[in-house]
Design a protein around this ligand. Structure first.
Ligand SMILES: [Zn+2]
Length: 431
């Protein structure tokens, strides 16, 4: 059993590695694994695999051949590393996605330089989630270097495409038994949700496309056609007046952070009507009444709502418009959806992290849920493994922002917590 003295020495060893966790994070940031399209997955997977193989892990590289996005130019290469303990026991798995979103505008530092400054590492993916990945590696390496004996096994994976749904990453691996017992018993996903918080799950998602269909005519005689853009305007006005106030009133028992995300939300992801958008040099657009207008909806829903209800309230608005306006015509197309996921607060992985957070930070752990989805859904729904949470260093609101960073001290604290939680879980059945 991992006792107090053992943990004290282990924590000391992790403290001594603050430079190493920063360097490892910076090295990962310098591999620009931008998704889409899925750049540099292979060098990133190999970089991780080679490091862990040198520490005695058995490393597998698993390419999701035939999965969406996979090609010889952009291979969807996942890395899974495993190290056996002594004798039979459970397996604790740390899963991180290696992909990052495009940097976007507004950076004051090079997003792929991995700059280390004032106790922080800067760059795209610093907090989401190469810092968490680095912390988990340092945590497990410290256990090994300290010579701590444990039953069972520890796995670390670096998987692809989380930012685009995880279908060639965790979903693909889960379909092949990589996230199910007997191979894996407990999963910790080091997404950035604060070093003192255990993230039990996430809200549901329903993406869809509304297409309003009109009738084309000369732009000088719009009365001869039916404008799809005006029809869409009417739909958006109804959503604004009727749906938004209703969504704002729904509160979930899920501990979603930030607090404004504890309700149902809807984002108009994109809108397009009429002729294709033109460049600056293309001259004037031709005079037409738009016969098509499309709107992509990004609806985040709660444990207390069902996908059918969520869809129906949009259909109801569209049908009401059809009744009011004889020319109104529409099509609604599902794009993708994910059910809400919530791990029970007394699940073993939650309790182990709670104890470790209290031991390291001296304050009780917070339980939270994520506003957006992450790979936990695949572990739960495909792997049927429900002892899975997100726990990792970093500030959630910095994800996908310019000048993204992670605090080195937070990574060090999280690495201690991950190490202590892993040992707690591994010794659980033996004690
Ligand atoms: Zn992430």
């Amino acid at each position: 059993m991992a006792d107090g003295t053992q943990n004290h020495l282990l924590f000391q060893r992790i403290d001594e590695r603050s430079d190493e966790v920063a360097d490892l994070t910076a090295a990962l940031i310098r591999i620009p694994t931008i998704n889409p399209p899925g750049d540099a997955y292979e060098p990133c997977a190999r970089f991780l695999g080679e490091r862990l193989a040198a520490r005695g892990f058995t490393v597998e590289y698993l390419r999701a051949e035939g999965a969406a996005g996979d090609s010889d130019r952009y291979p969807r290469l996942n890395m899974v590393a495993r190290i056996e303990g002594e004798g039979a026991g459970p397996c604790v798995h740390f899963n991180s996605h290696i992909d990052v979103v495009a940097p976007g505008a507004g950076w004051t530092v090079d997003p792929f330089a991995g700059a280390v400054r004032d106790g922080r590492v800067y760059g795209r993916g610093a907090c989401d989630m190469k810092g968490g990945l680095a912390a988990s590696i340092i945590a497990v390496e410290a256990i090994l270097d300290q010579g701590i004996r444990f039953p069972g096994a520890i796995e670390i994976s670096g998987t692809v495409d989380e930012e685009s749904g995880g279908y060639a990453g965790v979903a693909w691996l889960a379909e092949r038994g990589h996230f199910s017992p007997p191979r894996v018993d407990h999963v910790i996903i080091p997404e950035p949700l604060y070093k003192d918080a255990v993230c039990l799950g996430h809200r549901g998602v329903w993406w869809s496309e509304v297409e309003v269909r009109g009738r084309i005519a000369h732009g000088s005689m719009p009365f001869l056609g039916v404008s799809a853009i005006r029809g869409m305007g009417a739909f958006m006005a109804k959503v604004e007046d009727e749906l938004y106030p209703r969504l704002a009133q729904r509160r979930t028992r899920m501990p979603v952070i930030p607090d404004q995300a504890r309700q149902s939300t809807l984002n108009f992801n994109s809108l397009h009507g009429g002729l294709p958008e033109q460049g600056d040099d293309d001259g004037f657009p031709s005079a037409l009444v738009a016969d098509r207008c499309r709107l992509v909806l990004d609806r985040r829903y709660l444990l207390e709502e069902s996908e059918d209800e969520v869809k129906q309230e949009v259909v109801d608005i569209l049908d009401a418009l059809k009744d009011e306006q004889p020319d109104f015509d529409y099509a609604l197309r599902d794009l993708w959806s994910v059910s809400p996921t919530l791990t029970e607060p007394d699940a073993p992985v939650v309790r182990a992290l709670d104890r470790a957070i209290e031991a390291v930070l001296g304050a009780p752990a917070r339980h939270v849920a994520s506003p957006g989805t992450y790979d936990q859904k695949h572990v739960a729904r495909i792997g049927h493994l429900h002892d899975c949470v997100a726990y990792g260093p970093g500030i959630l609101e910095l994800a996908h922002q310019p000048d993204e960073y992670i605090d080195i001290d937070d990574m060090v604290a999280s690495a201690k917590i991950m190490a202590a939680a892993a040992l707690g879980l591994l010794h659980r059945s033996a004690s």
